[in-house]
Design a protein around this ligand. Structure first.
Ligand code: FMN
Length: 198
């Protein structure tokens, strides 16, 4: 049902123009291979249900020894979103919006105190969420510099204001929304990406 109703979304129009993947391939594999980074969003807020589903998919990522050390901040609050955007831009030394206008920012943090492999665990959470957003017909993109932002005094202040305690490291920002621009086509996969040793 979801897929049929999402055919009305702009991202679904973008999706239909993508190169076709063999139809014999199951939907999960098709989604993994057709997800692309979207770098321009409409201000329209995705539904709460979709955002929750994306986050939930993130929580099912594997974690080393199942510590589940990552934490997802599902930010739809415009004031906080804009504040994080400014900090991110400051790290980059620009004054544009590094979140490309996306109304949702899913910040992944990971607790170094409880995790054995916090960066790996948080990165898998990010990957699940990027792919889940695409599977729902939404656009997404990994936006870097979460590590620097949450190592800054103002980044730490945000966590304190939210009542978040722990030895958190910023892993990534998964921005989500309705695409306003089509994504760039996938670059060709490099020669020798997979080496067989039989
Ligand atoms: C760790 C990491 C950091 C990234 N940081 C950014 C970023 O700050 N801004 C951005 O536009 N894209 C960022 N990306 C997206 C990559 O540029 C993108 O995945 C790559 O160009 C391949 O394109 P595709 O995602 O469409 O396949 C990042 C991706 C990863 C994995």
């Amino acid at each position: 049902m979801k897929r049929i109703s999402s055919l009305q979304t702009p991202s679904a129009r973008v999706r239909s123009s993508r190169p076709s993947i063999p139809s014999s391939m199951n939907q999960t594999l098709q989604d993994l291979m057709t997800r692309r980074s979207v770098r321009g969003y409409s201000p329209k807020m995705p539904s709460r249900e979709d955002i929750e589903t994306i986050c939930r998919a993130g929580t099912f990522a594997p974690t080393g020894k199942n510590t589940q050390c990552p934490l997802i901040l599902a930010v739809t609050n415009k004031e906080l979103r804009d504040r994080m955007s400014r900090l991110n831009a400051q790290v980059m030394g620009v004054d544009s919006d590094p979140f490309y206008g996306a109304p949702v920012v899913l910040v992944v943090l990971a607790d170094r105190a409880t995790g054995l492999t916090p960066v790996e665990d948080g990165s898998l959470v990010m990957g699940n969420m990027l792919n889940a957003a695409h599977a729902l017909g939404l656009g997404s993109c990994w936006i870097n510099r979460a590590r620097e932002v949450f190592a800054m005094e103002e980044g730490k202040a945000i966590l304190r204001e939210l009542g978040i305690e722990g030895d958190y490291i910023g892993i990534g920002n998964c921005v989500v929304g309705y695409p306003a621009v089509p994504p760039r086509p996938a670059a060709p996969r490099k020669e020798g990406y997979v080496r067989w040793i039989d």
